[in-house]
Design a protein around this ligand. Structure first.
Ligand code: F3S
Length: 378
């Protein structure tokens, strides 16, 4: 892999041991994937922030690196708890202390204390065709597909390394020739809001990590596209999808495999992911809600059941007049927080990604329904 004089100096340790380790991670990745060089990036979004998911080994790794400084705008993925309200929620002090050490180490490196999987709802919107190094899978799908930015699905350490060096190896989704759909899915019916998460999940189970081109969707807003990408990233490894007249890029290989999606396919996904009956709590915000979504929830809520809404800190600060049965939580989410230890055995969600990981990662049951049904108490 070609390295500039400056990059050689970093690799040789002239800018410190941590930066040398960081560029070593990037060049090793570049060598594995045949990247020719490193390319400058605009921003990073770093996963592996929750103590629940990275444990003591991850905490130690981040603290070891904490003397180095990031050189591009960098944000964190959700942590294991709301950084202000953790005591109210019943998070143990032992967990909280370790979580706060992770946040302290990252902020001392210059990573912004904005822990969200939807940084694009919180002021970080990459420009089209810009190179970025993001790691939360739903944010990667959104950035590539909807914003037209270019990122691979980074791991936490590679995103952090990219943040410290300001560049990433040029391979995968950074190359125009790899941003071409390999499969076509046809949807011949009108999609409800809820169908977008089901459709994404369904497509991910078939397309795996290929780029799907989805025909038949006439219009879609950011929230619907966010749900679609999150579902596909959870069930498969979708990092980019294309929709004619909606996504900025839309090109497929000649004669791609063609799959017709039926309403029944989507209902089967819902049935497969619905494993519970009696939710202890209703949760929204996987991926994190936008300000507009929260206002809409407030306007339509009829149920008196307990609702937790997850969002970014930036959005939470703008929220006023919160109904009494609703709690707004930031910095965290129902999947990466120790929700089972809080005594919760079953949650209701409108997100296939949340249902998928709650069962696989947290071993709790799920009721998967549309937001409208959950808000009406059905
Ligand atoms: Fe975000 Fe957590 Fe879902 S990180 S996409 S709310 S699993």
């Amino acid at each position: 892999m070609y390295l500039s004089k400056e990059e050689e100096r970093i690799l040789n340790g002239e800018l410190g041991e941590i930066k040398a380790k960081a560029i070593k991670i990037l060049t090793t990745l570049g060598d594995i994937f045949n990247a020719e060089k490193l390319i400058p990036i605009e921003s990073t979004q770093i996963s592996g922030v929750s103590y629940k998911t990275i444990g003591d080994a991850g905490l130690e790794f981040i603290e070891d690196w904490s003397s180095a400084k990031v050189v591009v705008e960098s944000r964190m993925n959700p942590a294991g708890m709301d950084l202000n309200d953790w005591q109210d929620l019943g998070i143990s002090r032992e967990f909280a202390e370790k979580q706060l050490r992770i946040i302290k180490a990252l902020t001392s490196m210059g990573v912004k204390k904005s822990c969200s999987c939807t940084p694009y709802h919180a002021g970080l919107v990459p420009t089209r065709r810009s190179h970025i190094a993001w790691s939360e899978s739903s944010a990667v799908a959104f950035a590539n597909s909807v914003l037209g930015a270019m990122t691979n699905r980074e791991g936490g350490p590679s995103a952090l390394s990219a943040a410290l060096i300001g560049s990433t190896p040029n391979y995968g989704y950074h190359l125009a020739e790899n941003r071409i759909a390999q499969m076509v899915f046809e949807v011949n019916f009108n999609l409800t809001n809820f169908d977008f998460t089901l459709l994404g999940y369904y497509i991910g189970t078939i397309a795996k990590n290929k780029i799907p081109l989805i025909k038949g969707i006439k219009q879609a807003n950011w929230e619907q596209l966010k749900s679609l990408g999150a579902g596909g990233a959870a069930s498969g490894g979708i990092a980019m999808y294309m929709i004619p007249n909606i996504t900025p890029e839309c090109e497929s290989i000649e004669k791609p495999e063609r799959i017709v999606v039926s309403k029944k396919d989507l209902r089967e996904i819902q049935a497969k992911l619905s494993t519970g009956n009696e939710p202890d709590i209703i949760t929204f915000g996987c991926p994190h809600c936008s300000y507009e979504e929260i206002q809409e929830i407030f306007m339509n809520v009829k149920t008196k059941n307990k609702i937790w809404i997850y969002t970014s800190n930036e959005v939470k600060e703008r929220i006023k007049n919160i109904p009494s049965n609703i709690k707004i939580l930031s910095d965290s989410c129902m999947v990466v927080s120790p929700i089972k230890e809080l005594g919760i055995k079953c949650i209701a969600t409108d997100s296939t990604k949340c249902a998928h990981y709650s069962q696989n990662l947290s071993q709790i049951k799920c009721v998967l329904k549309s937001r409208e049904e959950l808000l009406h108490g059905n």
